[in-house]
Ligand binder design. Sequence first.
Ligand code: PEP
Ligand code: MN
Length: 365
Amino acid sequence: MDFEPLAIDGLQLDRPLVIAGPCSAETEQQVLETARGLARAGIKIFRAGIWKPRTKPGGFEGVGVPGLAWLNKVREQTGMKVATEVANRGHVEAALEYGIDLIWIGARTTANPFAMQEIADVLRESGKDISVLVKNPVNPDLELWVGALERLYNAGIRRLGVIHRGFSSYGPSAYRNHPHWRIPLELRIRYPKLPIICDPSHIGGKRELIASLSQQALDMGFDGLIVESHCDPDCAWSDRSQQVTPEVLSLILDNLVYRDAPVPADSLVTLRRKIDQLDNDLLEILAKRMNVSREIGRYKMRHNMPVVQAGRYGDIMTSRILAARAQGMSEDFMRAVLSAIHEESVRIQVELSRESVENEEGEEK
Ligand code: PEP
Ligand code: MN
């Protein structure tokens, strides 16, 4: 896919691209008050959800079409461009009719190929050259994300970008949606021209995490941010714990470090060499560890012990996580590394015991 730059009215969008606004348009007054604050903070693109996909029925499902007229007022009164989420043919038709400048596809819609095809078809029929941002699907599936982009691309939409909003997971987590940074970075490697925008609000689920997640995204070379902002966050009708006032957003944005300066090529080469060397060391250590696991596996077999001993695994996790934290590494990271190593050790040991059963059966015959 050969993408073209995101643009509104033919004008290319600046980098870093910052989009901000409430999770949901609630009332005309809330939309306009938030928009005025954001315009004062220098934001150029206003977001608001008009149709809200809710996990369960009974929640606030958005104000629908009347909200589009409020977005037009935002444009008239502040000069900001306006963006909203679309999830089906009717939404796209209404958004185009009201001249919405930019549309995005929500995470639940990206995960649904039928809905994506419907949206691609209606965009093709409209013949409009609108920029479209595609949020990652709720599940950590890069191919599903790429598939959604391909459907739009095949319908002639070239001005495409993506929004990284994190991925659902089960069980306790520091995030509302786990970032799995590897996935957007893989997308960057595959499609270097595709703009990637980070949504720290939906990743963190908490306003305290917006600044650090935004900085992480910028450090990784993301092209922009989409942040939820509300004139009175604690009274928001949806996602209240992750929204900030326009004033707080302005402070957050002022404190971010935008790393646009080109990195001197020679120092980058040196640093990359160091990384290559360290990766080699890591591989050797891992191979040694797996050999010890194999020996332990043989011991367990001789003594008729089960492969997995939950107590031992728990002790390893606890002590290594403590040690990792002391060295400035996150608990989530260490947990992921240890569980991958443990899984491989178990696989090796199970394979050993299967081989030994097969040998014994052979001897008996
Ligand atoms: C949103 O941006 O308000 C939204 C519904 O996001 P997501 O699709 O990422 O859950
Ligand atoms: Mn939201």
